[in-house]
Design a protein around this ligand. Structure first.
Ligand SMILES: [Ca+2]
Ligand SMILES: [Ca+2]
Length: 95
């Protein structure tokens, strides 16, 4: 939750370090920030909030996110990055 008028800085790190990947100006009590994560890539997001007076918050708790957008297909490879190869296909049958 943010006080109306707050600026939110989104980081793709676990400590609000590194470049800001997205900024949301004038955030309200409820807000969302779109961010792009490469297919089958895991990342951790953190945010800092800056109020109208310029006070900067401490770093938020972490949010881990894995983009598993690829569908599993029967090809001997873990296409969707969930650690299982060709799950959902019947073992012992040809692809
Ligand atoms: Ca898989
Ligand atoms: Ca596969």
């Amino acid at each position: 939750m943010a006080v109306p008028g707050t600026t939110i800085r989104l980081y793709s790190s676990n400590s609000c370090a590194g470049p800001v990947v997205a900024i949301l100006n004038n955030a309200g009590n409820s807000f969302s920030i779109p961010a792009t994560v490469a297919l089958n890539y895991a990342t951790t997001f953190t945010v800092k909030a800056i109020d109208i007076a310029g006070n900067i918050s401490t770093c938020s708790n972490t949010l881990n996110y894995t983009n598993q957008s690829l569908e599993e297909i029967c090809d001997g490879i873990d296409n969707n990055g969930n650690g299982q190869v060709d799950e959902g296909f019947t073992n012992g049958t040809p692809c």
